[in-house]
Design a protein. Structure first.
Lengths: 111, 509
């Protein structure tokens, strides 16, 4: 376990930098986590992050990549509803990197 | 992670120059107390770890005669030394299979052989010190248990079994790996490696039904928890979640649809993977496998079909019979195993691999394809290690090699083999198997995939290969991650049933 320091407050993260407590998340923390991932947050990034959090709220897990691309496609237009668009935003992989910034636990398994 | 680069391809693929200690700093994250205790292991390294580790080793040597033979039989001939993808890629001599096993063998000699007890230095016997224990953790989590080295061992030493034993000893003293053990905990708590709860699974499957309808115009179903279905499909949870895995799942569903087979997934057993094998722990292996029996009994299915998952197929093919009663050899005194035996339809192989299912249907002419749908691909096939060396298909030796290739050739026009030194039983691991498919080992994973990437590059350059099919969720995830680092497009990788999905005709039959 380690801690990150954002705007004078300390937050607990795991070995890989994922937030330990879901409720610790806020936009400042998200921006901080994005920076550690070398991701510059734009409106497009926030669309994805916010969708992830909404989905998580309902289902207790991040959405499948396909569910995510479909939702983004519906919201932002079909040209953006594909994994290339998401990889463009989150080069390390939309599943893990976007989850980290959204303050969600890391998906595990053979993915 | 950005600093991880692919090693250069070897110009002459021979034994690489040694780089002692090259990988001694690469260690997978250790499991914390919560993860360990959730699956019944000590939360952290116990105080009397030395005595308990030696005692556990003694128990394993007594229980598995094979392990004792493997400890005694090695003559250090060196046949295995350059057969390991991790050694080839990392050049660390401790990643030579013989050297990795000697980490344990030296301790075995010290405590379990007379010469080692009397003259340890003369016979290369070592005390189990904290440094040795740490070394075990480091290097036994740099082995993917792929068993390629075993193919070349003149004594038939199963090196994966040594790795499994070492991991079991480590777990028994509270020294577990985060990645594997967290996943096993999720299987027990939620039902699958991903931690995908039932409602999310249901939502994902409903979404797939909509997508396939949109793509094809057909109402292909993805049923969940349907009692009385003929087939229970047990597939890796990555098939519900990740790319390109999910395209394979769509392929299975289309095959069931086109052949009019009633089938179901189970929310209780929504995972084929069994990481209990990776950590060499029999109790976990069995406990994870028993969920499948429970689901099969509850749903009353007649057949159990396993999706594209390498180690799951090894567990299913080789161990489910005695673990759970699926297949020949169920314990006569195990009431539930016997119940399941009565319930299953023995006109079919139990369990069946989804490739066996599809190939049988192709042979029975119950499926038709438009092969031109795959014409944009020049396809090669990567044999997954656990399928290649730990199982079979079709009820005859070598069926596990033929059947996936037969399917590819039935659904596509362009198929090319990679170098025969790297396929069939000599296949190289993808570099992410055996509990190593974790971000904290990415450096190892990239290096370990070197021999596969070399020969893929060769067929890509010489024959224009632009698609590598495989039948394992780990292979798919590993290649998707590491291939861009080697300059390949990650979409070059996909399942055999992804190709089936592209070409299958849903309307005619």
């Amino acid at each position: 376990m380690s801690n990150i320091e954002v705007e004078g407050k300390s937050y607990e993260t795991d070995e890989e930098g994922y937030l330990v407590n879901l409720s610790d998340w806020n936009t400042a923390v998200a921006n901080y986590l994005a920076k550690t991932e070398n991701v510059e947050m734009t409106d497009q990034h926030w669309e994805v992050v916010n969708f992830l959090r909404e989905y998580f709220e309902e289902y207790q897990i991040a959405p499948a990549v396909r569910v995510l691309t479909k939702a983004i496609g519906k919201k932002l237009g079909a040209d953006k509803g594909n994994s290339e668009y998401l990889y463009g935003l989150f080069p390390y992989g939309p599943g893990k990197q976007a989850c980290k910034i959204a303050g969600l636990p890391k998906p595990t398994g053979c993915i | 992670m950005a600093d991880i680069a692919a090693p250069a391809y070897r110009i002459i693929p021979i034994i690489p120059a040694l780089k002692p200690g090259a990988m001694e700093g690469v260690r997978s994250f250790v499991a914390n107390e919560k993860i360990q205790e959730a699956i019944g292991f000590p939360g952290q390294l116990v105080e009397d770890w030395h005595d308990r580790a030696i005692a556990r080793m003694g128990e394993l040597l007594g229980k598995y005669r094979s392990l004792k033979v493997y400890m005694d039989a090695c003559v250090h001939c060196g046949a295995c030394s350059d057969k390991c993808h991790y050694f080839i890629g990392t050049q660390d001599p401790k990643n030579m299979p013989v050297a990795r096993q000697d980490l344990m063998r030296s301790v075995y000699r010290r405590y379990f052989t007379l010469p080692g007890k009397l003259f340890p230095k003369l016979v290369g016997a070592r005390d189990l010190t904290r440094e040795v224990l740490d070394e075990w953790y480091t290097y036994f989590y740099q082995c993917s248990e792929c068993r390629r080295c075993s193919v070349f061992c003149p004594y038939g030493i199963d090196t994966a079994e040594v790795t499994m034993a070492a991991r079991e000893i480590l777990d028994s003293v509270g020294y577990g790996q985060k990645y594997s053990n967290e996943i096993i905990g999720k299987v027990h708590k939620i039902g699958n490696n991903l931690g995908l709860p039932g409602p999310a699974l249901k939502d994902t499957l409903e979404g797939l039904e909509e997508d396939v309808k949109e793509d094809t115009g057909f109402d292909v179903r993805f049923p969940l928890d349907v009692k009385g279905a003929e087939v229970l499909l047990i597939t890796p949870s990555a098939d519900f979640f990740a790319e390109p895995h999910i395209d394979g799942l769509i392929g299975y569903a289309k095959v069931f649809h086109a052949t009019g087979t009633s089938w179901t997934l189970s929310s209780m057993a929504s995972e084929a993977g069994n990481f209990g094998m990776f950590i060499g722990n029999y109790e976990q292996l069995r406990k994870v496998a028993l969920r499948i029996r429970e689901a099969a009994l509850e749903l009353g299915v007649k057949r159990i079909v396993v999706g594209e998952c390498g180690h799951a197929w090894r567990v299913a093919y080789s161990f489910w019979n005695t673990l759970t009663g699926v297949g020949e050899g169920a314990d006569p005194n195990d009431r539930f195993a016997q119940m399941l035996q009565k319930q299953l339809d023995h006109r079919y192989r139990q369990p069946s691999h989804v490739c066996e299912f599809t190939w049988d249907m192709i042979q029975d002419e119950r499926l038709t394809f438009d092969k031109s749908a795959n014409d944009k691909y020049i396809i090669t096939f990567h044999d997954s290690c656990n399928v290649a060396r730990g199982s079979s298909m079709g009820g005859y030796p070598g069926g596990q090699f033929d059947i996936p290739r037969n399917i590819i050739k039935a659904v596509a026009n362009h198929f090319v083999e990679m170098s025969p030194e790297t396929t069939h039983e000599k296949t190289f691991c993808c570099g992410g198997g055996g509990g190593l498919l974790t971000d904290d080992l990415l450096d190892l994973r990239v290096k370990g995939s070197l021999p596969r990437m070399e020969v893929l590059q060769q067929v890509a350059d010489e024959q224009g290969v632009n698609f590598m099919a495989c039948i394992c969720a780990i292979c798919k995830a590993q290649f998707t991650k590491i291939m861009p680092i080697y300059g390949f497009d990650r979409r070059m990788v996909g399942g055999v049933h992804q190709l089936v999905s592209n070409a299958i005709k849903l309307g005619n039959k």
